[in-house]
Ligand binder design. Structure first.
Ligand code: SAM
Length: 338
């Protein structure tokens, strides 16, 4: 856990939370079509002129780090490895003072080639999404035959020292939920840290059903049939979304991110920037604040920082998935940055 710099002008919201963890979406495009995320035909991608350029991304990240107390920057998407300038963006982010932690959430395709250059550029860590280690199930979920590329990407990340290499898995009933122990065994054998994520209502097709969701409770019960799990962070979870368990006495751990059934909004320290320069204070927010227009109209760093502070001030206390009035955000996960 790193120490949060709370300073004058931090991204403080009306409920006393301070956002220090910035998730930056570098593209809304993806080379997979995971059923719980996107339709088979893809989506209407953002037109290039609407997307921030590399320089614009780095400028906003710099404002966040230098003026707003952000100390962790995670690049995501869409699929961030599809962004041509990624290595340069990482290098320029890692060169900021004070140096933020720099990480990447990726499906791992292309990491075989890019893990080394990204580590050299200053990337600290990766989270690789992998929902199954069975080729046929991978094809069913991702609608692409790319399991071998993902596995090669994971190995390259470990070789490049992007540790701990974390694996994110979403379980779907009757698709890959029977693999819960197999996935953990695979990660233990390879030294990857596995985290299961409850499926959230963020798919472009609006097909999510709570009754079909594999819950954290269910995941833990199934793991408990084969492994001994011992909570490692009771009372110490802080803003970390994953509840973590020592596996068979440790040192390996497994995490469960129960965004739906055990939300952690009260400790949320995240803020998001979309690929087209909109600030979102929550994955589930129904409003956004535009930074691209002022950025392109010549706003100073101080003005951008002021707008950013104003954007998070009204952050709601919780995501409200359980509220009967809950409405899924207009943008799907792939366009927000997961
Ligand atoms: N393409 C990159 C990847 O695969 O990691 C980054 C973007 S992706 C949207 C980030 C994470 O969000 C992935 O781990 C993915 O499995 C997860 N995700 C996508 N849709 C989701 C949903 N409806 N519920 C929960 N997680 C979801």
């Amino acid at each position: 856990m790193h120490v949060t710099r709370i300073m004058n002008g931090s991204l403080l919201d009306g409920h006393g939370r301070v956002a220090t963890d910035l998730r930056v979406s570098l593209t809304d495009r993806c080379n997979l079509r995971c059923t719980y995320c996107m339709p088979e035909e893809g989506l209407a991608w953002l037109p290039k002129p609407e997307q921030l350029t590399d320089d614009e991304v780095v400028r906003l990240v710099r404002v966040a780090v230098e003026r707003l107390g952000v100390d962790e920057v995670r690049f995501t998407g869409g699929e961030p490895l599809l962004r041509r300038g990624l290595t340069g963006i990482v290098a320029r982010t890692a060169a900021l003072k004070p140096r933020p932690q720099v990480s990447l959430t990726t499906n791992g395709i292309g990491l075989g080639r890019l893990a080394g250059p990204l580590a050299t550029a200053g990337l600290d860590r990766v989270n690789v999404s992998l929902d199954t280690i069975r080729a046929e199930t991978f094809r069913e979920i991702a609608r692409r035959d790319r399991l071998d590329d993902v596995l090669a990407g994971l190995e390259a990340a470990a070789r490049a020292g992007l540790a701990p290499v974390k694996v994110n898995a979403v379980l779907m009933r009757d698709v890959n939920d029977a693999e819960v122990c197999e996935l953990l065994r695979f990660c233990l054998d390879h030294g990857y840290e596995l985290r299961f994520i409850e499926q959230m209502p963020l798919d472009a097709q609006h097909g999510w059903q709570r009754s079909r969701m594999v819950t954290a409770e269910e995941i833990l019960a199934r793991l408990g049939e084969r492994f001994t799990l011992e909570p490692v962070d009771e009372g110490l979870r802080g803003s970390a979304p994953a509840e973590t368990y020592l596996v068979d006495g440790g040192p390996a751990v497994v995490g469960v991110i129960a965004s739906v059934t055990r939300p952690f909004c009260g400790a949320c320290d995240r803020v998001r920037l979309t690929a087209d320069g909109q600030v979102r204070d929550c994955l589930f927010a129904r409003t956004e604040s535009d930074l691209r227009t002022p950025l392109r109209s010549g706003a100073s760093d101080a003005e951008l920082a002021d707008r950013w502070r104003a954007a998070v001030r009204g952050k709601l206390p919780g995501h409200g998935i359980d509220d009967p009035s809950f409405l899924q955000p207009d943008r799907p996960m792939s366009a927000i940055g997961g």
